[in-house]
Design a binder for this molecule. Structure first.
Ligand code: BV8
Ligand code: ZN
Length: 269
């Protein structure tokens, strides 16, 4: 096992060098992907049975072209995902990240996820690089759109659902997410880049680090001298650039990291 790889099942497995780094951190960035919501029952994009991308080609669904060509198929797919998120609960990893913010000097939480599980776990100020599914707007005039209900009935995962119409211009309502080929929201991206460039510790949780420009963030942090910690049960392109590779499910690893840090902060002297 290379020297930066640690299999984490409980707080005792957390390397003391890691809790030392966290306890002394002046600014922590937590960067999350679909893997942190996997234990809440939200399928990730790439791995395992039922992964969305295995059933649907991302390029056919998560793009402006797909919405133009077949709005009902795309809207239906997002309503299916919104229903799944509405029925899900934050897991131990979301809760540990929310608590961690109270045990370090400063914490910025940046996610690629379009779900609201971080907010429901008590994380107040989350930067959503790829938008949020509980936010929708008019495709043509941009007017915001309030979903009738927070959790739609679970439509069949491939049932076409015609998108509602804008009350101002009659245009189709689209999900408030960033599609492939679309720019990230400028303000959120600049804020994320700044945080990555100013932090002294970055924790990357549950991401395959394959989608850009988001996947640049851990590299930017590393380049300016921050310690990088990765939490993932499987290898990713980030393995080689991490100081600590914590192998395990986020719902196990993050509570263990929090408990180890709390134990250290309670320790006399
Ligand atoms: C843009 C919202 C230009 C919608 C999403 C550079 C190089 C190559 C390609 C590009 C490049 N720059 C741009 C591109 C193109 C493209 C891109 O990156 N393509 C990839 C596929 C190669 N990027 C874009 O198109 C971006 N826009 O470039 O615009 C532009 C610029 C200016 C002006 C105009 C245009 C926009 C990208 C955003 C797309 N939208 N989501 C939706 O959700 O439907 S991306 C979406 O997929 C997610 O948000 C997330 O970002 C990504 C999935 O990745 P992960 O979250 O990492 O999930 P994944 O399933 O892959 O992995 C899960 C991981 O969790 C695994 O590692 C697994 O081991 C782990 N895991 C599993 N269980 C657990 C776990 N970990 C912990 N605990 C567990 N229990
Ligand atoms: Zn409109």
């Amino acid at each position: 096992m290379s020297d930066n790889l640690f299999s984490i099942r409980s707080a005792t497995d957390v390397p003391a060098a890691l809790t030392h780094v966290l306890a002394g951190a002046r600014h922590v960035v937590v960067f999350t992907g679909a893997g942190i919501s996997a234990e809440s029952g939200i399928p990730t994009f790439r791995d395992g049975k039922g992964s969305l991308w295995k059933q649907f080609d991302a390029k056919t669904l998560a793009t402006p072209e797909a919405f133009r060509e077949n709005p009902a198929m795309v809207w239906g797919w997002y309503e299916y995902r919104r229903a799944a998120i509405g029925q899900a609960q934050p897991n131990g990893a979301h809760l540990a990240v929310a608590q961690l913010a109270r045990h370090v000097a400063k914490l910025d939480l940046i996610t690629q996820n379009v779900d609201d599980l971080h907010e429901r776990a008590g994380s107040p100020d989350v930067t959503h690089l790829h938008g949020r599914l509980d936010r929708a707007r008019c495709q043509d005039c941009g007017l915001g759109w309030e979903h009738a209900c927070t959790t739609p009935d679970m439509p069949r995962d491939d049932a076409p659902v015609p998108p509602p119409r804008c009350t101002r211009c009659g245009g189709p309502i689209r999900p408030g997410v960033v599609w492939f080929g679309e720019a990230l929201p400028q303000h959120d991206w600049l804020r994320a880049m700044q945080a990555a460039e100013q932090c002294d510790v970055l924790i990357s949780i549950g991401t395959s680090s394959m989608v850009y420009p988001a996947a640049e963030l851990p590299h930017r942090a590393r380049t300016q001298g921050a310690r990088v910690i990765q939490v993932n049960p499987a290898p990713t392109p980030m393995d080689a650039v991490c100081d600590f590779n914590l192998r395990g499910d986020a719902g196990v690893v993050m509570p263990a990291v929090l408990a180890a840090l709390q134990a250290r902060q309670r320790a006399p002297g």
